[in-house]
Design a protein around this ligand. Structure first.
Ligand code: DPP
Ligand code: ZN
Length: 875
């Protein structure tokens, strides 16, 4: 199979700097007429062919400067158009192709969703619209004329600014869009359809008026208001924090129902999966609101980090994604609670990225080879990419980071850049050497940091020893030491911070240890008492930490650390210790004393003043089953983990029953629904208390949750009660799931919640129920959201039933993958990644998983997407 290597990167012999397209949109078939302004690059030899990418295009005609080409002058293959001897001067290549958007179930290129024509071009979809140099280093300005039936498609949108429109006599109309900003083809977009819309405007800091609009299916306009609000806040934030203004007259967002990604940052025309636009209290949870805000911001922020400065090649994907995730994380932190956002982000990092990084699909944030680029839109590129940017910001400080960003834009605006360019901007702007830091981009795997310490009262000396090690990952047997910023503090016996007279053994800048060797031994002098170290405050580096701190020390940190992240972390660490021992005992708690101590600390946090309500809610959530599996590493028995976790949650619930109920009741009167911080945090703490009460498994708690479900006036509360009962496999859960389905049959996005919860019931009967839902003739078999909600949740969020010892859960998922792969390879390949943990299971499950994967490999022709994931998973 064909592998592409970073080291083989070379510029094309010709480039295209201007595109004029005319698109005739009609049911069944659309015709694309393209004028490509081609320029030979300096040094291109006469007779060098021009090779354009193409995929599933029907070529009607080819001409150069108006003269049709003879049959011998070009060749069309299934994946390219080759012009054998193009002129060695600027010329216009003219092609006409026919495409069939209705038959496009891959949802790449130009396709139809729910009657609306739309595009998805990243990474390689534009070649499914017209022949082109479909790679990110070819930047061109675009002029697009769209023609369609005015009844079927009164709305015609493309990138850039609208510059013309009019009617034809045959019921058709047209619109002309001009995008003055040179862009790569992956940012191309068009939308045509009969859509509703909401409109607003934004005045940029230099006084430019921007017309804003969000388009959606008729009747759902009110669901877009929150997204519009988030968009305006994002625009203002990017000006405030980074001095970045918007640069076109219009900014349009379109919500569509069938979409492989979450959303897409096409220049001036962002296209969104509707689940990341729509938000009203009756159908969206507070988590949905957060996601809408986050992704609206993310795609908007791409306008500078992605569109104005794009990637030279797809190996550099995290240049735009890691950086833009960092920017959207900062936006959310500034808009609401920074510590809560940090904890949530780290939870995601650990449950997804750390798992990826420890298995067969591990790759560096900047990979150096790939077979299928679609398989690299990963949590490593996105979330670890953001962590790497965050470490830069931590080391350089906010002002130094901003200087680097400014220089990056100054140097690379309008260009396609690399990770090296990015790092050089920060090094040069701050006059620092970042040569070692760049390994974070090049090396896969999560560094493991082990810490030990000792205190000598006689000399008032405290020693801290740090060691780092990164396990081998596929293709990278040897690892170099990383530059790891350790944000830290020493805490004295009374809980207050300790200072020192002198420190040696590593570079310490303020509260940061620059840990850049395999082992560092720091000596702090002038320390009057034994301190407790608080390390990796704010999770200052994406590492796995092992310390020799006792449970007592951890609980001391939980009470006294000034860093909220580490207060939360300390409680999680104690819980993890209890859980690991319980798993060893087959799922039973072994140390009631430690459970008592944890419950006491949780109770103090719940009732105390150190932390907002959402922080308290997060402390109540015990480590997930996946977290525990990861901590165990090998020979994992998901059932024992499930039993251990249930036992701990039940024990905590029993011990804290009265306190949980008191907080739950105190937060009862929420008033009318609001997305204000105090209101969402109140809901999150109240629902966390309810969830914890339900984990106690009592009839009283089940009734309380059922009443909570039935009297809920918003989706947040309704879902919280239902999810708690489902995860506890309470007897009433099935009846309430049925009720929920009846209530929301007409709302596909809410139905996704039902699909997802139905797949997560920790019960033997779940697999058959999931199969029945999927087999129902009315199930929308081609919609990515529905498929992911049902089967993605089963494979990723029901660890015990997915990994049934008889292998039936595994086989169900591999058979599903084989089937969906025929229609939508991207969805199939993504679901298959659930198997990345298969080698970690105990022998029985491991054998079953392997046999399911091997049958998939033998099942015949798989897409390149799925074959690539499968090959690496089995390697
Ligand atoms: N649309 C996806 C994102 O924004 C890919 N660029 O991350
Ligand atoms: Zn992105």
């Amino acid at each position: 199979e064909h592998t592409i290597f970073l080291k083989d990167y070379a510029p094309t012999p010709y480039f295209i700097d201007r595109v004029e397209m005319e698109v005739e949109i009609a049911p069944e078939k659309s015709v694309i007429h393209s004028l490509l302004h081609v320029v030979p690059r300096e040094g291109t030899e006469p007779g060098t062919p021009l090779v354009l990418d193409g995929d599933e295009l029907l070529l009607n005609s080819v001409a150069i400067d108006g003269a049709p080409l003879g049959l011998l002058a070009y060749e069309a293959t299934p994946s390219s158009l080759i012009i054998h001897e193009p002129p060695l001067r600027r010329f216009v290549l003219e092609t006409t192709v026919t495409i069939e958007p209705e038959k496009n179930t891959r949802l790449m290129g130009f396709y139809r969703s729910n009657g609306t024509w739309c595009t998805q071009c990243e990474p390689e979809g534009f070649r499914r619209i017209t022949y082109y140099l479909d790679r990110p280093d070819n930047l061109a300005t675009f002029n697009v004329t769209m023609i369609a039936d005015k009844k079927l498609a009164p709305v015609l949108l493309a990138n850039g600014n609208p510059v013309g429109q009019g009617d034809f006599e045959d019921g058709k109309h047209f619109a002309v869009w001009e995008d003055p900003h040179p862009k790569p083809s992956y940012l191309f977009a068009m939308v045509a359809g009969d859509l509703g819309s909401i409109h607003d405007s934004f005045t940029t800091s230099s006084g430019k008026q921007v017309a804003l609009a969000i388009y959606c299916e008729h009747g759902k306009e009110d669901r877009c208001l929150y997204a519009m609000d988030a968009l305006k806040r994002s625009m203002a934030w990017d000006e405030r924090r980074f001095g970045l203004e918007y640069d076109l007259d219009v900014f349009n967002i379109v919500a569509v129902s069938d979409f492989n990604f979450g959303a897409m940052e096409n220049k001036g025309l962002n296209i969104f999966n509707d689940r990341l636009v729509f938000a009203i209290p009756e159908t969206a949870t507070d988590a949905d609101y957060d996601n809408v805000e986050r992704v609206i911001a993310h795609e908007y922020f791409h306008n500078w980090t992605g569109d104005r400065v794009t990637c030279r090649d797809w190996f550099q994907l995290c240049l735009k994604e890691g950086l833009t995730v960092y920017r959207d994380q900062e936006f959310s932190s500034d808009e609401r609670s920074r510590p809560v956002k940090r904890i949530e982000d780290v939870r995601l990092l650990r449950s997804a990225q750390f798992v990826e990084d420890a298995g067969p699909l591990a790759h560096p944030p900047r990979p150096d080879h790939y077979r299928e680029i679609n398989n690299f839109y990963t949590t490593t590129v996105y979330e670890k990419g953001a962590e790497v940017v965050r470490m830069l910001a931590t080391m350089l400080g906010e002002a130094g980071f901003r200087k680097g960003m400014d220089l990056y834009f100054e140097r690379h605006d309008g260009q396609a850049a690399t990770i090296e360019d990015f790092i050089a901007a920060f090094a040069d702007a701050n006059q620092v050497n970042l040569d070692q830091f760049i390994h974070w981009y090049l090396q896969a795997g999560t560094p493991q940091v082990t810490v030990s310490d000792s205190y000598d009262a006689a000399s008032q000396t405290y020693r801290l020893t740090l060691e780092q090690k990164t396990d081998p990952t596929p293709g990278q047997p040897e690892k170099q030491a990383m530059l790891i910023p350790v944000k830290f503090g020493l805490i004295g016996p009374n809980g207050s911070p300790m200072s020192w007279s002198k420190v040696s053994g590593a570079e310490v800048k303020g509260d940061l240890i620059m840990f850049d060797t395999g082992k560092a031994e720091l000596t702090f002098e002038g320390i009057a008492n034994r301190p407790v170290p608080s390390l990796f405050r704010e999770f200052s580096a994406p590492i796995k930490l092992t310390t020799s701190l006792s449970a007592e020390d951890q609980l001391f940190l939980a009470r006294h650390d000034s860093d909220p992240f580490n207060r939360w972390q300390a409680l999680q660490t104690v819980a993890t210790g209890i859980l690991l021992d319980a798993v060893k005992a087959g799922g039973r708690l072994t140390d009631e004393g430690r459970v008592d101590a944890l419950a006491t600390a949780l109770g103090e946090t719940l009732e105390g003043n150190s932390g907002d309500a959402a922080f308290k809610a997060l402390t109540l959530a015990m480590p997930t089953e996946d977290n525990i599996a990861q901590a165990i590493g090998t020979d994992v028995d998901p059932q024992a983990i499930h039993d251990a976790r249930s036992a701990l949650r039940k024990a905590i619930s029993n011990r804290l029953h009265d306190k949980l109920l008191a907080v739950y009741n105190a937060l009862a009167d929420q008033g009318p629904f609001s997305t204000a911080q105090a209101a969402t945090q109140g809901r999150s703490l109240r629902n966390a208390c309810l969830t914890q009460l339900v984990a106690g498994g009592t009839e009283g708690a089940y009734s309380l949750a059922e009443a909570h479900y039935r009297t809920a006036t918003n989706m947040t509360d309704r879902m919280a009660a239902l999810a708690a009962l489902v995860h506890a496999n309470a007897p009433v859960a099935q009846a309430l799931l049925g009720d929920f389905r009846t209530l929301y049959t007409a709302d596909p996005l809410v139905l996704d919640k039902w699909l997802s919860l139905s797949a997560q019931v920790p019960d033997e009967a779940t697999l058959d129920r999931v199969k029945a839902i999927l087999a129902d003739p009315s199930f929308p078999r081609n919609n990515p959201n529905r498929l992911r909600s049902l089967v993605g949740s089963f494979a990723n969020a029901n660890p015990v039933q997915f990994a049934r010892p008889d292998g039936s859960g595994f086989r169900f998922v591999t058979e599903f993958v084989a089937d969906v792969d025929k229609r939508n390879p991207q969805v199939a390949a993504r679901v298959l990644t659930a198997f990345r943990i298969w080698r970690n299971y105990e022998p029985v499950r491991r054998a079953e998983a392997e046999s399911a994967l091997k049958s998939l490999a033998e099942s015949g022709s798989l897409s390149r997407n799925t074959a690539d994931i499968l090959g690496r998973t089995l390697a």
